[in-house]
Ligand binder design. Structure first.
Ligand SMILES: Cc1cc2nc3c(=O)[nH]c(=O)nc-3n(C[C@H](O)[C@H](O)[C@H](O)COP(=O)(O)OP(=O)(O)OC[C@H]3O[C@@H](n4cnc5c(N)ncnc54)[C@H](O)[C@@H]3O)c2cc1C
Length: 461
């Protein structure tokens, strides 16, 4: 079969600050994926799900992107044991519309054990970044619930792997940034929950001590997350709103997610409406929304709590034509309170506030992947509009603070961390590199992987 790969001008990731020219392949059957790999010539290859990674880990400039959305069959679901077998291009939204909410024997319903803050990610993408959710303390990361994978490699063909079979390759593929081959299929264990309604409590906190107090008090709540006002300084530094949620018994088994988002941003405005004045107004509004009591209790369908941003289609375009960067780090428990304070002070002093500033704690569950991002500690995620050197300088300062504290940066959100920063945060990276597929690459990997060795040596000299 002759395969001609169409060239596209650009493919962007979610932050829209990174774009690259690629050739594209869109296989709709695993055999076609193998043909694509065989016909790649000397081009490097990378799997691409829904491009919800913010930076350049899902881009492969000048190479071939294998889009996986055509590989989206749900192959089997064992409703007795909650075990799902599906192709890697299935999205979490597909699973919400099919298996999530099906009754579990003995009571309750089946649910995704872990989900990131959007349902528009593929299974392959969720595995390749070993994503985490607001329930990391209770359920760990996504990879912990993956029982097996079918992987297509350029050098070894089709391989089935799991903890006991090709175990090292399995651990490299979970959180492996798409570099160990193309994931074709995955088997996943779902979680049994009482129902798909959540009791949600929002609580204001005045500073970081208040945040950590609420974390401690909320140990029994499966879901916790906080918004922080990153413009606040002085005594208000670290103030925010803490949300916690737990399952309600009973309730409708299937509160189906709305088929379409409720709002849409079809085009990027020429000038972003997100600036320090709108941010100050937005933060003041959020802060006051809970009223004098500083507390609100609600009942929400599971998906409304998990995916608030999915209600606005294309919200990433609000940052205008230059796009934005997300900076997400995790720092260990011992250094976390002081480090988060230093990060917030640095941001407040820079005057470049972040609209989305999300603070969460991650639990002690051992990370299943060699390059898994989650580790025990506190994670802070921030969005900054792309404003050239000022933004780059701020992000570099934040990186240094994180690394000094023994933390790491999240590759799924990154398009600029240095090789040194990556290597300090992911000490297993050489072990991982030995398992990477020689035909697979990405812009991220070119910057931080073995190809960067010479640059690292020169900078160290
Ligand atoms: C609004 C929003 C909220 C988010 N919230 C969270 C969060 O709470 N927690 C969190 O951890 N992440 C979060 N993310 C990040 C997101 O979950 C990850 O970037 C996820 O990997 C995106 O999946 P995707 O299908 O779009 O993959 P892409 O972004 O297209 O690709 C991601 C990586 O997966 C690889 N890949 C994709 N498919 C395959 C395959 N079949 N085989 C091999 N490799 C493959 C790619 O090569 C790339 O390295 C969020 C993103 C957004 C936009």
């Amino acid at each position: 079969m002759v395969i001609v790969f169409p060239e596209v001008e650009d493919r962007r990731s979610w932050g829209r600050a990174h774009r690259a020219r690629h050739r594209l392949a869109w296989p709709t059957h695993p055999r076609a994926a193998a043909d694509v790999l065989a016909a790649r010539g000397d081009r490097s290859v990378l799997g691409f799900g829904l491009g919800r990674s913010y930076g350049d880990s899902c881009l492969n400039p000048g190479g071939l992107l294998i889009e996986t959305r055509g590989l989206d069959r749900l192959l089997a679901f064992d409703a007795e044991r909650g075990i799902l077998h599906a192709e890697a291009g299935c999205t979490l939204a597909d699973l919400l519309a099919t298996v999530v909410g099906l009754p579990a024997p003995g009571g309750g319903v089946w649910c995704l054990p872990v989900s990131p803050g959007t349902r528009f990610v593929t299974l392959g993408g969720a595995i390749a970044n070993d994503v985490h959710g607001k329930n990391h303390g209770h359920m760990g990361s996504f990879g912990r619930h993956v029982l097996s994978l079918r992987l297509l490699r350029s050098d070894r063909g089709l391989l089935d792997c799991g903890p006991e079979r090709e175990g090292e390759l399995f651990r490299a593929t979970i959180g492996g940034l798409g570099l160990t081959g193309l994931i074709l299929e995955a088997t996943l264990r779902l979680e049994r929950v009482p129902g798909l309604l959540l009791e949600v409590e929002d609580l204001r906190f005045d500073d970081l001590e208040g945040f950590y107090r609420l974390v401690e008090e909320s140990a029994a709540w499966p879901y916790t997350v906080a918004w922080v006002d990153c413009l606040a300084r002085g005594r208000g530094l670290g103030r925010g709103i803490f949300s916690r949620a737990r399952y309600l018994e009973g309730g409708p088994a299937r509160p189906m997610p709305p088929a379409e988002p409720r709002l849409s941003v079809p085009l990027a405005p020429p000038v972003s409406p997100l600036n320090r004045w709108t941010l100050a107004a937005f933060n003041a509004l959020l802060w006051r929304r809970l009223g004098p009591a500083g507390r609100r209790v609600r009942t929400l369908p599971w998906h409304r709590f998990l995916y608030p941003l999915d209600a606005i289609e294309g919200w990433n375009r609000l940052y205008g034509p230059r796009g934005f960067h997300q900076h997400q780090c995790v720092v260990p428990p011992k250094t976390a309170p002081d480090t988060v304070r230093r990060l917030l002070e640095t941001i407040a002093a820079s005057g470049q506030g972040s609209f989305l500033a999300v603070l969460k704690t991650l639990g002690a569950s051992a990370a299943p992947g060699l390059l898994s991002f989650p580790m025990e500690g506190t994670t802070l995620a921030l969005d900054f509009p792309e404003r050239g050197t000022a933004t780059a300088a701020l992000l570099d300062r934040l990186d240094r603070i994180v690394l000094e504290a023994g933390g790491r940066l999240y590759p799924a959100k990154d398009g600029r961390m240095s090789a040194e920063a990556f290597r300090a945060g992911f000490p297993n990276w050489r072990r991982f590199a030995a398992l990477a597929d020689p035909a697979f690459s990405s812009a991220f990997w070119q910057r931080v992987g073995p190809a960067a060795d010479r640059r690292v040596l020169e900078r160290a000299a």
